[in-house]
Design a protein around this ligand. Structure first.
Ligand code: FES
Length: 118
């Protein structure tokens, strides 16, 4: 009979380092805010995470009032298009490892469309 220690990491599994990424998010609720404002969040991330993962962590673990569009999470539908560090990108296709996380990551809605919160 073989005894398996289920608390031990799998053989050959390496510890994946995590690090803190500061997201600075431009927020606006047309029902309560007179003007948009920037809010920062420090999020524990892994290099293999995507920006969308960071936004999910903020929404699910830090501030449930954060709203953003997303659907497929696989770069197909385009619904999570947003400005990331000043460039239009898909949050589900932008890997944290491809950003300079020694600086904050700026997130805002794409320009030219009205901000809505549904
Ligand atoms: S959520 Fe569909 S493209 Fe990103």
């Amino acid at each position: 009979m073989t005894v398996v220690d289920t608390d031990a990491p799998p053989v050959g599994a390496a510890e994946v380092p995590s690090f803190t990424v500061t997201f600075i998010v431009r927020r606006f609720n047309p029902e309560t805010d007179a003007e948009p404002y920037w809010q920062d969040f420090d999020v524990e991330m892994y290099a293999t995470d995507k920006v969308l993962d960071g936004l999910h962590k903020i929404k699910w673990e830090m501030d449930g009032s954060l709203s953003f569009r997303r659907s497929c999470a696989h770069g197909i539908c385009g619904s999570d298009a947003m400005r990331i560090n000043g460039r239009n990108r898909l949050a589900c296709k932008t890997l944290i490892k491809d950003l300079d996380v020694s600086e904050p990551v700026y997130i805002e809605a794409i320009k030219g469309l009205p901000l809505e919160k549904i």
